[in-house]
Design a protein around this ligand. Structure first.
Ligand SMILES: [Zn+2]
Length: 139
């Protein structure tokens, strides 16, 4: 995904303020506040907020592992579910956007909202084995 951060400069036994953690991970402080909202641990009862390096590492490494799991053939990332989902009815529409690839459109098998995925034309034969794909000129 598009969220990029660095964990190499985080020292496990150092306490970081929000702006310090933002600095070592190469993000803006608002991103660190979002991590806290998303469940990153912090030191209790401190103002300003302090986050131990190991707390930040545990949270960010877990997030990295999740983000780097590649989509399986015929899987889509659903932005409503915030998870990888299969296509409803194993069906998808394919719209070529260039000679080398295009976009697959399917409905999430869980929430039925629309999911898109960019694919390479090279992968289409394999994808057609797991999904029933209909070619479209446009949406
Ligand atoms: Zn969904």
């Amino acid at each position: 995904m598009s969220r990029r951060f660095k964990t190499r400069r985080i020292k496990a036994n150092k306490a970081y303020r929000i702006d310090e953690l933002a600095d070592v991970t190469d993000v803006v402080p608002a991103t660190v506040r979002q991590w806290l909202k998303d469940g990153m641990d912090r030191l209790d009862g401190n103002r300003p907020t302090f986050i131990m390096g190991f707390q930040a590492l545990a949270f960010l490494e877990a997030r990295k592992a999740k983000a780097s799991r590649p989509l399986g053939l015929g899987e889509f990332y659903c932005f409503r579910c915030k998870a990888q989902r299969s296509a409803l009815g194993a069906m998808a529409d394919y719209v070529p956007t260039s000679t080398s690839g295009g976009r697959l459109k399917a409905l999430c098998s869980v929430c039925e909202c629309q999911c898109n995925r960019n694919v390479s034309a090279r992968d289409m034969p394999a994808i057609r084995k797991v999904l029933e794909v209909v070619n479209r000129d446009s949406w």
